[in-house]
Design a protein around this ligand. Sequence first.
Ligand code: GCO
Ligand code: MG
Length: 400
Amino acid sequence: MKIKDAKVFVCSPGRNFVTLKIYTDEGIYGLGDCTLNGRELAVASYLTDHLIPCLIGRDPFQTEDIWQYLYRGAYWRKGPVTMSAIAAVDMALWDIKGKALNTPLYNLLGGKSRTGVMVYGHANGRDIPETVDEVGKFIEMGYLAVRAQSGVPGLPGTYGVSKDKMFYEPAERGPENVWCSEKYLLQAPKLFEALRLRYGDDVHLLHDAHHRLTPIQAARLGKDLEPFHLFWLEDAVTAELQEGFRLIRQHTTTPLAVGEIFDTVWDANLLITEQLIDYLRMTVVRGGGITPLKKIAAFAEMYHVQTGCHGATDLSPVTMGAALHFDISVSNFGIQEYMRHAKETDEVFPHAYFFKDSYLHPGEKPGHGVEYDEKLAAKFPYERAYLPVNRKLDGTMWNW
Ligand code: GCO
Ligand code: MG
């Protein structure tokens, strides 16, 4: 089998997505996602102008060699544009393999290690009572784990809090946000106290600090949250300085998750080997594909670090499908994020995965089981959009 052609599609059914389709001489094709929120066209060009010409004529079964060729062969390594583009190729090739062998992708990754994939949903509210009610809606739908984000008194709006509830855009576009860590640090423990009071101890509760704290602030938050035994505290600080997590770890037993913006294992090597985190958030699209992610999971397993793949709505259903096959197969799976996509998105990307009896299931279609309706997608042209930025109360630029 040979790769005959490949095409990149950009569409916006509710939000922007970039999709790669690789065609073979035997009529089988594979799909990959390379959506990079706010920088979509850079990845599209990287693929069309630079990677696709190198793929023609290659054997699509050679996922390892092709991955190494694209990663090492560029000389310029790493970075979200490069790694998202390579990821799309890798995902599409694994999809082709599954289809050619007529088997779901998980069978090529070691088979099922569990019966279903535990996921967490996103609940958010303008204040604590509203957030507590929203968490209840997820529990009623059968979710075993819920992430809770609440507005902070004195701040006009904050990350993760939206007017839309079930299907919301995490990266709300628009004006600049205002931030104050001191106000937030007072509020967050009160939210989890209220949640435990209302729902008891069984439901897993998660929280995302979205890179906004310093290590000592994160340590304080972790400590304050200990009585409410969170499943995890996510992205407490930006993780460019991996050593910073030593300080957090010395002070708190709240489990730590990080890594949705990491693009290679080199972003997490110290975090893993020093056991500074509990969950690694890298997923297929940002981490360069299934090929490297399997290796990273095996490496993390030796250090008691579990997986917790990113699954916001800006990752297309193709990434979600591929991630679910990964999740169900690796032995150190922890949890999968599952923000449901908007109806238009699901219609453009018909998929085999489904939520049933509290778990997500990858489905039994050959490959990753996600399709792309080109005709329908063409009705939703690309719309330029950016992630928001964040400033402190005095106007200083801060992390969003
Ligand atoms: C999450 C993430 C997202 C990101 C988004 C950026 O935990 O789901 O933090 O909400 O902000 O993916 O594009
Ligand atoms: Mg996050």
